[in-house]
Design a protein around this ligand. Structure first.
Ligand code: F6P
Length: 558
């Protein structure tokens, strides 16, 4: 295990501290004085156009940040990741999600720990595609001979957030008359509502769980199985025999997991299970077999286009100098905001209703990855780490929380994501509604950057105390990410962009971005508390006073 480089001891950090000591953000001045700023700070990233010019950086700051990346070994660690070095030290695993999207026949072949990674990945992709085609064409039928109309993905965390986010984003590509739904929460409302109007004879469940031990997922899978049996029995489609039930499960349940033995123990035919590997983290797994619901609903072609989009960004990161490397630059800007300018959160504001789940997806990707206080060698971090990610699609957010971003006391760097072409080109009284939508994106980023001075407010006739209330300081940093359209490839590019931003920050902070021990304690305690809730007084008295009181409240009110 290599010892992480403490970023705060590097010459680049000292240079950044010196720059920070005299730093005065002045986007108006910087834009006025420097005609080349926008061009210099706008970068192509595959099909994306990324404009960093409205960030709070000067050329000197950016250059010191790039030096920081050099001095903390970002490029070297990325090369290690691609080569299969066990960067996930606490679980002694390679980190190879980038291998999931290598094109067929990629050269040189990737062999890690004796595993022929490329061959294995393509084999699963082929099996996934073949199965998806069978379901889409009607070759795969339910137990009563009916074609599948709904796939229900049962999973949580990375086994849910990726598929649901991509499905919502690419729904216009769902071309086979098959809808996808996603059940994640152990709150019984979730599965009850998602299955309420479904026909068991035409529903296919995908149980998606890397470990196949997750309480929520296995509970929901059992509830789904009971729902299937009950529905088929009441329709007279099956009798109550074990053989009939097993047959029903084999037609209506498939699984995705790294633990195929556990899939079989659950009662799902191993022939109907799709595997992946321990070197794919849950939050990095949407491009593995975890994307089965997507391959079915959107089609294997669209799924492979998604993977190609990821790969285009992987290639950019591997081959582009740090000073033009977009994910690295965006990660470095986040370090600047977090460690020097005191930002604690980061907003992601897609101007695309289809990306409504993108902020939630990024919450797991960024916060489960970099929400750590120890480094990969077990020593304490030397700086603040992971930001709180949050957001909502524009323009909804504008009418909710943008007030604070514009005029509040906190610094909130924000990424705006927009597309030149909409999925649904509609007009209102002859006006292009999408153009109106985009005008909002541009208006917001302009207002945040340049604000409105008191003089400008007064020039409009405002006087007295209202002047201050109507003044906007500006210097609120944004990144604009623009693309021609939200295609599968573009979505893959966007996801990979953020994966590599996370990697850059994690490397600089010395963090293993690929474990998630912080989730464990709550899971263990839930298992201890469950009997107390259910009536076990011995278990009750072992709880702390507050938990006991809450359980008593529950017992009194149920
Ligand atoms: O929340 C912790 C976590 O392990 C995530 O990292 C993961 O995506 C999720 O649980 C689901 O895990 P699994 O796919 O094993 O059911």
């Amino acid at each position: 295990m290599t010892t992480p480089i403490d970023p705060t001891t590097t010459p680049a950090w000292a240079a950044l501290e010196a720059l920070h000591a005299t730093f005065t953000p002045d986007l108006r001045g910087w834009f006025d004085e420097d005609e080349g700023r926008v061009e210099r700070l706008s970068f192509p990233l595959a099909d994306l156009h990324v404009d960093l010019s409205k960030n709070l950086v000067t050329a000197e700051v950016l250059s010191a940040l790039v030096t920081l990346a050099e001095q903390t070994g970002v490029a070297e660690r990325y090369a290690q990741m691609l080569a299969g070095v066990h960067l996930n030290t606490t679980e002694d695993r390679a980190v190879l999600h980038t291998a999931l999207r290598r094109p067929r026949g990629a050269s040189p072949e990737l062999v890690v720990d004796g595993q022929h990674i490329d061959t294995d990945v393509q084999e699963v992709l082929d099996a996934l595609s073949a199965f998806a085609d069978r379901v889409r064409s009607g070759d795969w039928l339910g137990v009563t001979g009916k074609k599948v109309t709904h796939v229900v993905n049962i999973g949580i965390g990375g086994s849910d957030l990726g598929p649901v986010m991509v499905y919502e984003a690419l729904k216009p590509y769902a071309d086979a008359g098959i809808q996808a739904r996603f059940v994640s929460n152990i709150d019984p409302t979730d599965i009850a509502e998602k299955t309420a109007d479904l026909d068991p004879e035409t529903t296919l469940f995908i149980v998606a769980s890397k470990t196949f031990t997750t309480l929520e997922t296995l509970t929901n899978a059992r509830l789904a199985r009971d729902w299937l049996w009950a529905g088929l029995a009441s329709a007279g489609a099956i009798d109550g025999t074990d053989a009939a039930k097993t047959d029903a499960v084999s037609h209506h349940f498939v699984a995705v997991s790294t633990a195929l033995d556990k899939v079989e123990a659950f009662g799902i035919d191993p022939a109907n299970a799709f595997g992946f590997w321990d070197w794919v983290g849950g939050r990095y797994s949407v491009d593995s077999a975890i994307g089965l619901s997507l391959a079915i609903a959107l089609g294997p072609v669209a799924f492979r286009e998604l993977l190609a989009g990821f790969h285009a960004v992987d290639e950019h990161v591997a081959t582009t100098p740090l000073a033009q490397n977009v994910p690295v630059l965006m990660g470095l800007l986040n370090v600047w905001y977090t460690n020097f300018l005191g930002a604690q959160t980061h907003a992601v504001l897609p101007y695309a209703q289809q990306l409504s789940r993108f902020p939630a997806y990024l919450q797991q990707l960024t916060m489960e990855s970099n929400g750590k206080s120890v480094r990969w060698d077990g020593t304490a971090v030397t700086t603040d780490t992971g930001e709180v990610y949050w957001g909502e699609p524009g323009t909804n957010g504008q009418h909710a929380f943008y007030q604070l971003i514009h005029q509040g006391t906190r610094l909130i760097p924000a990424d705006f994501i927009a597309f030149a072409n909409p999925a649904y080109p509609l007009t209102d009284d002859g006006r292009d509604v999408h153009a109106l939508f985009l005008a909002n994106f541009l208006a917001q980023t302009r207002a945040l950057a340049f604000g409105k001075t008191a003089e400008e407010v007064e020039a409009e006739g405002t006087t007295g105390a209202l002047v201050a209330a109507r003044t906007f300081s500006g210097n609120r940093p944004t990144t604009s990410i623009f693309a021609p359209a939200l295609t599968p490839s573009v979505l893959g590019q966007l996801i990979a962009l953020y994966e590599h931003i996370v990697f850059t920050q994690g490397t600089i902070w010395g963090i293993n971005s690929f474990d998630q021990w912080g989730v464990e304690l709550g899971k263990q305690l839930a298992l201890q508390i469950a009997p107390a809730i259910e009536g076990d007084d011995d278990a009750l008295v072992k709880q702390d006073a507050s938990t006991q009181a809450l359980i008593r409240y529950y017992r009194a009110h149920r």
